[in-house]
Design a protein. Structure first.
Length: 329
């Protein structure tokens, strides 16, 4: 028997058409999110963002979702049996509340105002001249000390994890820079997780192990960007241990299952070192990485890089360009 409510939600008799920018802006004005539009400041495959003024004369950014249909989005957000228009309305509501959760947790994110229809409004990060730039739009000579920016990003991931959130797309494309501070945007794919490996069916929370995968993905996006553009190298494992903190003890089994197995040592060569205790692990977690500025000793090369590690290894002192020995500045 066909579910009548399901058929009604599908809007079978209505033609499904993509919303134009003008239609979405008109819908946002009608719903009271805007009274004046300045310009469209960002556009992607899922949504676009426009800059305007609301009824309280505040500079706001309004994010409006595009009408698109992909199976995985519907399955993830439990909207695969609803109208496409209801899907994007649900997306706007979801992102608003995720943004609100992070704002109340004191994470550096835009202040959300309200949602309606297919859009939601938030504080404009910038000034009367326009929005703040993304990290991807800034040159490597813009910052006096880019390692401070990396430290800010790592601290944001740490604070989000303490608030039981992982971002899912933490990269230079979703990080704004304003007043010497990094601001995070784009929260639809962000996930709230439970401190256990099993959650009931239909729960909005994801298991801790899945959150751990997402966190690793975010680090694999963030750290290579700083290495490629600013020549700043941070030890992946040290950063990961710093973020997950005491939860590392519960994730030891999971971490070990993902790492490649080492070849067994020959008999008589077993290591006699004592296994690490929980106190030792806690001490390692609490220590933050040190900042090491290195420069190539060869006059013609002068290659420079910054390593964020607790302790330098011999291979860290080899110049990647000319293979000469590097020295600490």
């Amino acid at each position: 028997m066909v579910n009548r409510e399901y058929l009604e939600k599908r809007d079978i008799n209505n033609e499904i058409t993509e919303l134009s920018t003008q239609q979405a802006v008109a819908e946002a004005i009608e719903n009271g999110l805007l009274v004046e539009v300045q310009q469209v400041i960002g556009q992607g495959k899922e949504a676009f963002v426009c800059w305007g003024v609301d009824e309280y004369q505040q500079q706001v950014a309004v994010k409006s979702y595009k009408l698109y249909r992909t199976t995985h989005r519907g399955v993830i957000h439990n909207t695969y049996r609803t109208s496409p228009y209801a899907v994007i309305a649900q997306f706007a509501k979801l992102e608003y509340y995720k943004n609100l959760d992070l704002y109340e947790a004191k994470i550096p994110v835009p202040k959300p105002y309200k949602y309606a229809g297919f859009s939601y409004s938030m504080e404009l990060i910038g000034d009367e001249n326009g929005p703040a730039p993304l990290l991807q739009d800034l040159s490597k000579n813009f910052f006096d000390d880019p390692s401070d920016i990396l430290e800010q990003c790592i601290d944001i991931l740490y604070d989000m994890f303490q608030a039981r959130y992982v971002h899912g797309d933490f990269s230079e494309h979703n990080l704004l820079y304003h007043n010497d501070q990094v601001i995070v945007i784009d929260f639809l794919q962000a996930k709230n997780f439970a401190l256990k490996d099993a959650v009931r069916y239909g729960s909005p929370l994801i298991p801790l192990t899945r959150a751990y995968r997402i966190l690793r993905k975010d680090l694999n996006s963030l750290l290579p960007f700083f290495k490629r553009l600013f020549r700043i190298e941070a030890d992946y494992n040290e950063v990961l241990n710093y973020i997950i903190g005491d939860l590392r003890l519960g994730l030891d089994k999971w971490i070990g299952s993902e790492e490649p197995k080492k070849k067994p040592k020959k008999s008589g060569t077993e290591s006699k070192s004592k296994p690490k205790t929980s106190e030792d692990l806690d001490k390692n977690v609490d220590l933050k990485s040190n900042k090491h500025h290195l420069i190539c000793s060869k006059a013609k090369c002068k290659y420079q890089k910054v390593l964020m590690k607790k302790q330098l290894k011999p291979q860290d002192l080899i110049c990647p360009r000319c293979k000469s020995k590097m020295k600490v500045k």
